[in-house]
Design a protein around this ligand. Structure first.
Ligand code: NAD
Ligand code: GLY
Length: 365
């Protein structure tokens, strides 16, 4: 692998490049040259990331009119109200339909700014400049945008693809350790859902990721984006295969919203959710117990939580029933037959799910 990688996400006229590597925001013309010519820019970030990386991003946008929109930090602010803040900023800056929104930050900023771009004047272009590991391996790629609702995670949103993703790995230098670990959860997800060799690589290299070794991080980001780009290229609107990217998420989203947005980081909830999915797969699909143990061990070594909060089985089920994969009232889950082989299915006894939730999360709230 070279220091800088360029992948493509192939979606016909909505295809776009993903650039991965160090120093990309300092590379002359890369960001601004990737945007439609001459367009004004609304740079959206939050109160944590803008002071750290806003000046670098603005320098990379030299020659454009740039207005800034600074959001409050945190999952608790991934709301319709914060979406309104971005839309107000676009109106106040007199941005026209040919403007471009640049999302500088983690998945929360990217999801809100992307959704604002999808809505403003019925849709304007946007670029993703992800600054967390989670956003670089997952949320900046694939065009899912949106906000949370008190009744469920990411319930309001739109599919809207960015025109470019620029993952400058230097930005990870200021990322808190806990956030890095949350990103590693989504990296592990890719191995579990579709690449047993990559899972094996992670078992050997998770320590290097935790130490932020650039070569290891670069490889993990590239492999994750390759897998995501290929899946989204085949199933942009999640009619089938794309749902596999939600491994651990039906349980995880229930944990995130049930515990109160922000108490559990998204990646932490996905970690505990993946282990619940694995244990359930052992019970109803014959996933070997050794695979469950390997996943648990890797998550623990990555410093991730593996035991869900005691929300109570009834509350957890209620939240899981709001999942976007529910069809005809049945909760469809991403389960595993072995590490590297996942399947979306509702073919399991509902009582088995209730039993698992009662054991893992308690009988009552
Ligand atoms: P986040 O956006 O909340 O960022 C985590 C924290 O790190 C925040 O406090 C942020 O301000 C801070 N931060 C970001 N970059 C930093 C940097 N370089 N240095 C220092 N601090 C920095 O969380 P996240 O984990 O990036 O994203 C989680 C969100 O992404 C969830 O809302 C989840 O639903 C969403 N998501 C979306 C998709 C998708 O396909 N759209 C996929 C996965 C997750
Ligand atoms: N993070 C799941 C998806 O993009 O489909």
């Amino acid at each position: 692998m070279t220091d800088t990688d360029r992948l493509n996400i192939d979606l016909g006229e909505r295809s776009y490049p993903i650039h991965i590597g160090p120093g990309l925001l300092g590379q002359p013309g890369l960001l601004t040259g990737s945007l439609p010519g001459g367009a004004d820019v609304m740079l959206v970030s939050n109160e944590t990331v803008m002071p750290l990386w806003g000046a670098r991003a603005e320098a990379a946008l030299a020659g454009r009119r740039v207005a800034r929109c600074v959001l409050p930090d945190g999952e608790a602010h991934k709301t319709m109200a914060t979406l309104g803040v971005v839309l107000d900023a676009l109106v106040e800056a007199r941005m026209n339909r040919d403007c471009i929104v640049v999302a500088l930050g983690g998945g929360v900023v990217g999801d809100i700014a992307g959704f604002a771009a999808a809505c403003y004047q019925r849709g304007v272009a946007y670029a993703q400049v992800p600054t967390t590991l989670l956003a670089q391996v997952d949320s900046s790629v694939g065009g899912k945008t949106g906000v949370n609702h008190p009744g469920g995670k990411n319930l309001i949103g739109a599919f809207h693809q960015p025109v470019v993703v620029i993952a400058d790995t230097d930005t990870l230098g200021t990322l808190p350790d806990r956030e890095l670990r949350a990103g590693i959860a989504e990296v592990i997800k890719y191995g579990v859902l579709g690449d047993a060799d990559f899972f094996g690589w992670l078992e050997h290299n998770v320590g290097r990721l935790l130490q932020r070794e650039p070569k290891a991080l670069g490889y993990a980001i590239r492999r994750s984006c390759e897998m995501k780009a290929a899946i989204v290229g085949r199933d942009e609107r999640e009619q089938g295969e794309r749902a596999l990217l939600n491994l651990g998420h039906t349980f995880g989203h229930a944990i995130e919203s049930g515990a109160g947005y922000g108490a559990w980081l998204h990646g932490e909830a996905v970690a505990a959710g993946m282990l619940l999915a694995a244990e359930f797969s052992r019970r109803v699909r014959g996933l070997p117990g050794v695979d469950v143990a390997r996943l648990r061990d890797l998550l623990v070594r990555a410093g991730l939580p593996v035991d869900p909060p005691r929300l109570g089985a009834a509350r957890a089920l209620e939240l899981m029933r709001m999942d976007k994969k529910v069809k005809a009232g049945r909760i469809r889950l991403v389960l595993m037959d072995r590490i590297g082989e996942a399947i979306l299915t509702d073919d399991y006894p509902p009582a088995a799910l209730e039993g698992l939730l009662a054991e893992a999360m308690g009988e009552a709230a």
